[in-house]
Design a protein around this ligand. Sequence first.
Ligand code: ATP
Ligand code: FE2
Length: 327
Amino acid sequence: MICLGIESTAHTFGVGIIDDKGKILANVKDSYTTKKGGIHPTEAKNHHIEKADSVIQNALKEAKLELKDIDLISFSQAPGMAPCLVIGMEKAKEIASKIKKPIIGINHCIAHLEIGRELTKCKDPVMLYASGANTQIIAYEGGKYRIFGETLDNGVGNFLDGFARYMGMGFPGGPKIYELSLKGKEFIELPYVVKGMDVSFGGIQTNLKQKYDSGKFSKEDLCFSCQETVFAMLVEVSERAMAHCEKKELLLGGGVACNKRLQEMCIKMCEERDAKCFIPPNSVMVDNGLMIAWEGIIEYKSRGADDIKKLDIKPYERTDDVKVKWR
Ligand code: ATP
Ligand code: FE2
């Protein structure tokens, strides 16, 4: 069985193609970026409308397939920006109707976790899911992927992007902050906000902006200190969840998990507690269609297709709203 998956929760329009043995046939995307300023939902939506067909065609070309060879269509149904989600769903419906094949809606966060499990072969991890919009500590317990800890305000990526934007850099800001952090020398103390297994970035954001405005600190030192502080928070809550759930595997996911410094800190924490850290390739940690295709295969096998006439987007569905029937 071959599944074509469409991702469109936010800035990326992605199409992945995979078979039910896990053979990767294509993973193509086109992401909306800006030189200055943040991501605008309507512009992201227009980007998707403009790029959808060419991304789909390029994925088919990469897989050396035609639409008629596809057996299943999946799309990211939740969570995300409604205008963006709609475009992915409409394209998925269009294709499914055209080739008369089943269609299935997928939760994007769970897709991040399952593609990570598939590609790294870890079994029962705690996942640190650190992306733009989401920051969650997730683990499987009692038939669901439960959220053991999460951000109380912004996702860590949005937080980094917000600070980068404040310093006049475009979207995405995470990689730019990383580059500057490498030249940072001095650690500047910032608020450190962990509440149980939750984290919060709002206070740090305000504090950072004040420090930046004061002109007393270099951008490089601020970026370095910002990363050291918020990543330490993420590692602390991941470790607490691992201890609480008695799990010995940590799986990384989400665009921010591409950050080499965060990876280093996670590996070290795992070593110290005799656990293993699993890091999937960057291509599936950022938003991508491949994970949607893979999750499509997994869920289709356990619950069958969705009714195309009743299908709608679910912008606010949470990770723990989904019943995990496939494990
Ligand atoms: P989700 O829908 O899962 O919340 P998303 O839409 O935010 O995901 P991702 O591609 O998972 O998209 O993540 C994008 C975020 O990752 C951006 O905030 C970006 O700044 C950040 N990012 C990407 N690469 C790096 C990096 N090397 N270091 C830090 N942050 C990074
Ligand atoms: Fe994502």
